[in-house]
Design a protein. Structure first.
Length: 247
């Protein structure tokens, strides 16, 4: 009986190994830390291998437009919708993974500015010598925040935007930006900076990050299994640990 059990277990493992494949993913960077921790668990549980290219939003868009082949795309929700319209992702395949607010950071050890209210943030921005922001969703949103605060023209000359794929934390850490704004998940673990906190409530906007199956996916079923794993209830603590909220 024991021998039969061992044979059955071996057959099961062989079947899993035969079904194992490599999933190719292209992703923007806001979900990177949580994603990598969860993918390691997924690989161990499924036997699949996941190869992921992380880059900024503009660079991901360029690569997809250039016809690079992937199985899964992870970007902000509206960007996934756009990829569906362009024919690079399958209609109906969008699944929301996580969401993040925009946060504020300063160089490590620097005094933390007051951002407790819209008025306090406005004063902080007017007093700052330089302000970092990104080319991604948080950067576009911050431009609207400056407008809403009525200081767009006053801060225009001290804005420093990162190239696609470069974290705002880089500008803050090397002193190019006195204060910087990006998705909270991209600030909380960055070396050389101190995370100050989220934008005050009335100015905060959550960005949803989603997955979509690439229209040319060779491993669509495996990619769907990965998405299911990333959105399972058990993934929530890992997502929260890295400055995100489950979608």
């Amino acid at each position: 009986m024991r021998a039969i059990s061992i044979i059955a277990a071996g057959a099961s493992l062989l079947s899993a190994a035969v079904g194992a494949t490599e999933i190719h993913v292209i992703s923007t960077q806001a979900t990177q830390e949580a994603y990598l921790e969860l993918v390691a668990q997924f690989e161990k549980a499924s036997g699949h291998k996941v190869t992921t290219l992380f880059n900024g939003t503009l660079n991901v868009q360029r690569r997809l437009a250039g016809g690079e082949p992937y199985d899964l795309i992870i970007m902000a929700g509206p960007a996934i919708d756009e990829q569906i319209k362009l024919g690079h992702a399958l209609a109906g395949s969008r699944v929301d993974l996580a969401k993040s607010g925009t946060g504020v950071a300063v160089r490590k050890g620097a005094p933390k500015p007051d951002i407790a209210s819209a008025d306090a943030l406005k004063k902080t921005l007017l007093a700052a010598k330089s302000i970092g922001y990104s080319t991604g969703p948080s950067g576009l949103y911050m431009l609207s925040v400056f407008e809403k605060l009525g200081i767009a023209e006053q801060v225009k000359g001290k804005l420093k935007q990162t190239p696609s794929g470069v974290f705002v934390g880089t500008l803050i850490a090397n002193g190019e930006a006195e204060v910087g704004f990006q998705q909270i998940s991209e600030l909380v673990h960055f070396q050389g900076i101190d995370y100050v906190g989220p934008l005050p409530g009335e100015l905060q906007r959550m960005t949803v990050f989603s997955a979509g199956i690439h229209s040319g996916a060779r491993q669509g079923d495996a990619a769907r299994a990965l998405v299911k794993f990333l959105t399972a209830p058990a993934a929530a603590p890992v997502i929260r640990k890295h400055g995100l909220e489950p979608a």
